[in-house]
Ligand binder design. Structure first.
Ligand SMILES: [Zn+2]
Length: 244
């Protein structure tokens, strides 16, 4: 445990309060590190989930393209069947007029077939592009997932470490707080609440380092003796003087 500053003539109670404040600052820091870790993890997971949702969308697009392709292929089969039937009818044709009409019909159905074939080719191109895209996304996901796993492992380790340190800090804290006068301890705790975690602060060159206010020179003279508990007239924090 870090030792308190070596200050000449410091009353024991003030010395203990300074140590307690030091510990409380470290406890707060440690606690906020621990509190932030789940947020960091969920932030990384959210990024990964976004990429996963994106891939899911691409895959759904692929499925609907495949379905469209199957429908077109079925339509192509129907057309081919139609053409086959038309062609067998040629033996029944008797007049030139009938023959011309037959040719026209075959031509029109074949045009339809070419159109469907073109559509199928386009769909196949779309599928190919989409497959390339999903493959690249899958690679990104794999590497992102590895990164997230590594990150989580690292943070899990940090949590264990921070909690170990935190419990050591709490242990040291209760050792110190037991020796502090009860009334003084209550004052300290109230100041911790009202002073955003800062109850004991250094006074340097007639300035309270808790609120940066100047205070009367006479008070500073008293303070330099470090013989009594003196509170800042402005923020009421307990002051101490650190001699060089
Ligand atoms: Zn102050």
């Amino acid at each position: 445990m870090q030792q308190v500053f070596v200050v000449g003539g410091l009353k024991d109670q003030l010395k203990l309060l300074i140590s307690l404040q030091e510990l409380d600052i470290r406890i707060l820091e440690k606690q906020s590190i621990i509190n932030e870790i789940p947020l960091k993890i969920s932030g990384a997971e959210t990024r990964l989930n976004k990429i996963l949702a994106n891939l899911e969308k691409i895959k759904q697009g692929q499925e609907s393209l495949e379905k469209k392709k199957r429908d077109k292929e079925r339509a192509l089969d129907d057309i081919n069947e139609k053409i086959k039937k038309l062609k067998t009818r040629i033996t029944q044709i008797k007049t030139n007029k009938e023959y011309q009409a037959h040719l026209k019909e075959v031509e029109s159905v074949e045009k339809e077939r070419y159109a469907i074939e073109d559509e199928i080719l386009l769909i196949m191109e779309e599928i190919e592009t989409s497959l390339k895209e999903s493959k690249s996304r899958e690679e990104t996901i794999r590497s992102e997932k590895n990164k997230v796993d590594e990150f989580k492992k690292k943070l899990d380790g940090e949590i264990v470490e921070a909690e170990k340190e935190l419990s050591a800090l709490h242990e040291a804290r209760s050792g110190i707080s037991e020796s502090i006068d009860e009334e003084l301890y209550n004052l300290y705790m109230n100041l911790i609440k009202s002073g955003k975690g800062l109850a004991v602060v250094e006074a340097k060159e007639e300035i309270c380092l808790g609120c940066n206010m100047n205070f009367p020179p006479q008070l500073f003279v008293e303070l330099k003796k470090n013989e009594e508990i003196i509170q800042c007239p402005q923020c009421h924090r307990i002051l101490y003087f650190k001699s060089d």
